[in-house]
Design a protein around this ligand. Structure first.
Ligand SMILES: [Zn+2]
Length: 118
């Protein structure tokens, strides 16, 4: 499952950033075409597993997703944001020439919030 590998990358990045601090909230931009529910579920699953192994700086972290339209740069010269009608699953369709392509499915990390030190 593609979403799960995105989430596990995200979790690794966040725990690197956390450097021992407790993460409370992670915000990411998620292009249309990625299953947001699966991301949230996967995030909860991975962080709770880490917590059980005692490596859980992300144990109680919440994942906040902001869905954004993916950006397409096509060979025909079109470049811009796609609308929901131009996206089907992981496939994008250029609104100008109809060229079908693979969506760039990357999560963009916006911010990571840490619990205040006690
Ligand atoms: Zn095109």
């Amino acid at each position: 499952m593609h979403e799960l590998s995105l989430v596990s990358e995200l979790v690794t990045r966040c725990s690197d950033l956390a450097d021992g601090r407790t993460v409370t909230e992670v915000r990411v931009r998620c292009p249309l075409g990625i299953d947001a529910d699966e991301l949230v579920e996967g995030f909860a699953l991975i962080t709770s597993q880490l917590g059980q192994r005692g490596a859980g700086t992300l144990g109680g972290a919440r994942l906040e997703l902001e869905q954004v339209a993916p950006y397409l740069k096509c060979l025909c010269g079109f470049s811009g944001r796609l609308s929901a009608e131009d996206v089907a699953g992981h496939i994008s369709v250029c609104p100008q020439c109809g060229q079908v392509g693979e969506l760039p499915s990357r999560l963009e990390l916006v911010s990571v919030a840490f619990a205040p030190k006690t």
